[in-house]
Design a protein around this ligand. Structure first.
Ligand code: SF4
Length: 713
């Protein structure tokens, strides 16, 4: 460790991991980051978790890509041939930028001109900047010619956003996380904040210390339950039953906020009618929570001065994810717990910039700022703004694109070429054997990344990009704060800024783009994006960000301080009211049976981020959690004759992994939890690609598996 006085320079930026968006300072010595300090940002006030504080040296890892690579003719695109980790020289040869860019842009152009605009698709990144996300979606829409552009929001909160847009007219949070300070009741559902949003969890724990009641509702009894007033360990897949029971109890016990319903909501009668059949007494055996506990929580929620709901992917990653979120919207609406401090709806965003990438239009049905591509007014506005004709049909989503890559040759919408920037679907998609086969089947795949990821391994061309500390740009956190990160280092070797690479491909595909200025014109791109998103960020200029580091949107002019709490007077819906949408029980797409008797739940753990490409190359984090483990409760270990530390093989109808098992009595009986960050035991080999029909999000949180002792991890 080098003391902060001895460093060559200190550069202010933002943590590149989760959506909490902690501001930090990189301490640089001899062109290397040697330590990280927390800054007094609005989301963290100097705090950092283990990832933010110690997970920085991935940027200096010897496996960084430093040259463009072109696949050697005939080298097979499969994982049997994959070196783990490291030497890829058998599969790829180094190339100049000119050769790699000409090859990849030429191939994409040929496919588009031969097979039509739907033959191409792009996945952008929630780990890049807003400017990169904006330019990437603009390239796909104006250069590829379709709306086939998506990113990992599809795997994360797409169902929450579908319900929020439908219900309250905005997909973002209503109140920032640290507004829990003003809440009397904090309802956390389907989220493990101490592992996934650690600094946010510290605000929740602080609130509990000063007397706020935390209610944790989750099939897994995770760490935050130690601070909880009540833990509702409901049976996996019964979210709608439990939430409708809470709404039933609120109505049944005369706790509805009548004035709020009268003045600010619509469709209440339909909701009331629907939840009649969901009494706590009837739902208790289904969800596994005693009826009196459900009633007690409903009373406390309704009578609290402020009750705030925070949720994670335990809510969203189900075939009924949109229905789950509809129930949460209904719960805060019938109790009037929205539009004031210490209340509201907060879907905790996962990736550092999944909020911003979605805002910037990196989704197949929306232009920037959630303007629907099939809305005539929005379509005309963007055609005029970008000066090219645009497709008026929504594009395909992440999982649909994988299906379309394997479509028959005569399908006019068959996807044949892809550009993937900074995402790793060969690890993060459900049913990986299918997804990897789809990626390998493409006629051309170009991957832009900082490491040879599992996805890059299947590429025809690999373009070496910049790590977050090597570039300047903005990201938007879970609280709707637009925050500026500044370049601390130069990229290694011939690696280039992502913004530069996108522009090079665009120009070679015939787009006359000119973004002048430092760092590939990042400020000019931001200013164009600001015009495209004028209804949200028109008051946040580049100069203001350089001055203030962090500004919350909506922010409409230079004097607007930003609005951390929204919906105070009305909702941005057509009639200004919340639309209540009743939901009924829809079971998981694949339930346990005699052959596959256990439920697989996948997720993250504290030390490793997403598919592990960065954190597993961060020395401290890798030292703390070096290998994959599955978690099971003691009762299940005993019934299978297992002990903690044994190797087990977990198998679904789609794939299997061998993995060490650890004891965790917070994991419910009949379930096994596996983190998805480890390529050696890739959890998504087993997951089910069944989709929520509204958000098109896969059911990562529930599928049927069998477990046996033994195997080769
Ligand atoms: Fe980074 Fe999230 Fe940890 Fe903050 S809480 S330091 S943003 S990983």
């Amino acid at each position: 460790h080098v003391g902060s006085q001895q460093v060559d320079r200190k550069v202010d930026s933002v943590c590149p991991f989760c959506g909490v968006g902690c501001l930090l300072t990189y301490n640089v010595k001899d062109e290397k980051i040697v330590s990280v300090d927390g800054r007094d940002g609005p989301a963290n006030h100097g705090r950092l978790c283990v990832k933010g504080r110690f997970g920085f040296d991935y940027a200096h890892h010897p496996q960084r890509l430093t040259k463009p690579l072109i696949r050697k003719p005939g080298f097979p695109k499969d994982f049997d041939q994959a070196p783990r980790p490291g030497d890829w020289s058998e599969a790829f040869r180094e190339a100049s930028w000119e050769e790699a860019l000409a090859l990849t842009a030429g191939k994409l152009k040929d496919l588009r001109d031969t097979h039509g605009k739907k033959s191409l698709a792009g996945f952008g990144s929630a780990k890049g900047s807003n400017e990169e996300a904006y330019l990437f979606q603009k390239l796909v829409r104006t250069g590829f010619g379709s709306n086939n552009v998506d990113h990992c929001t599809r795997l994360c909160h797409a169902s929450s956003v579908a319900a929020l847009l439908e219900g309250v007219g905005s997909g973002a949070v209503s109140n920032p996380v640290n507004d829990v300070e003003h809440a009397e009741l904090i309802f956390i559902i389907g989220s493990n904040p101490t592992a996934n949003h650690p600094v946010a969890a510290t605000w929740m724990k602080n609130a509990a210390k000063r007397g706020a009641k935390i209610v944790l509702a989750d099939p897994r009894r995770t760490d935050i339950s130690r601070h909880a007033w009540r833990t509702l360990q409901f049976k996996a897949d019964t979210d709608v039953a439990m939430l409708n029971a809470l709404i039933h109890a609120v109505i049944d016990e005369g706790l509805v906020d009548e004035a709020f319903i009268r003045d600010r909501a619509s469709n209440f009668e339909a909701l009331r009618e629907n939840v009649k059949g969901y009494s706590p007494e009837a739902m208790a055996p289904i969800c596994g929570v005693p009826a009196e506990t459900l009633r007690e929580v409903a009373r406390a929620f309704a009578s609290a001065k402020g009750a705030m709901v925070l949720w994670g992917m335990g809510v969203s990653q189900h075939v009924h994810g949109t229905d789950n979120a509809r129930c949460l919207i209904a719960l805060v609406t019938v109790t009037g717990q929205i539009g004031k401090p210490g209340s509201g709806l907060h879907p905790l965003r996962g990736q550092n910039n999944v909020q911003g990438a979605s805002d910037a239009g990196l989704i197949p049905m929306m232009f920037p700022n959630y303007q629907r591509v099939d809305n005539a007014g929005a379509h005309a506005w963007f055609e005029n703004f970008w000066g090219v004709p645009l497709d008026e049909k929504p594009g395909y989503t992440v999982v649909e694109i994988m299906h379309k890559a394997l479509a028959p040759d005569d399908d006019p919408h068959k996807v044949r070429g892809m550009y993937i920037m900074g995402e790793n679907p060969a690890m993060s998609d459900p049913d990986l054997n299918h997804a990897r086969h789809a990626l390998a089947s493409l006629e051309h795949l170009v991957v832009q990344d900082i490491f040879m990821t599992e996805t890059a391994w299947l590429a025809d061309v690999v373009l070496p990009a910049s790590a977050w500390p090597e570039k300047t740009g903005t990201v938007s956190n879970t609280d709707r704060m637009v925050q500026l990160g500044q370049r601390a280092l130069n990229p290694p070797g011939d690696a280039k800024p992502d913004l530069w690479i996108i522009q090079q491909i665009a120009q070679r595909m015939g787009l006359d783009w000119r973004y002048e200025g430092e760092e590939s014109g990042v400020a000019a791109v931001y200013e164009e994006m600001r015009q495209a998103m004028h209804a949200a960020i028109s008051g946040i200029s580049w100069e203001r960000l350089q001055r203030e580091s962090s500004v919350t949107y909506p922010c409409l002019d230079a004097d607007d301080p930003g609005q951390p709490i929204v919906f105070i007077d009305n909702f941005p819906t057509a009639d200004g009211r919340v639309k209540l949408v009743p939901a009924d029980i829809i079971p998981a797409a694949e339930r346990p049976d005699a052959d596959y008797p256990f439920v697989l739940i996948t997720g993250r753990q504290l030390e490793h981020w997403h598919t592990g490409s960065m954190t597993r190359r961060a020395s401290v984090l890798d030292a703390i959690e070096p290998m994959a483990t599955a978690s099971m409760c003691q009762g299940d270990l005993q019934s299978l004759g297992l002990e903690a530390g044994d190797v087990i093989t977990i198998r679904s109808r789609r794939g299997e992994v061998a993995i060490h098992v650890r004891r965790d009595d917070g994991t419910p009986a009949g379930a096994v939890f596996v983190p998805f960050a480890y390529y050696e035991a890739a959890a998504n080999l087993m997951t089910n690609a069944a989709l929520d029909p509204f958000g098109k999000i896969p059911e990562f949180k529930y599928c049927a598996v069998q477990i046996r002792r033994g195997g080769a991890p």
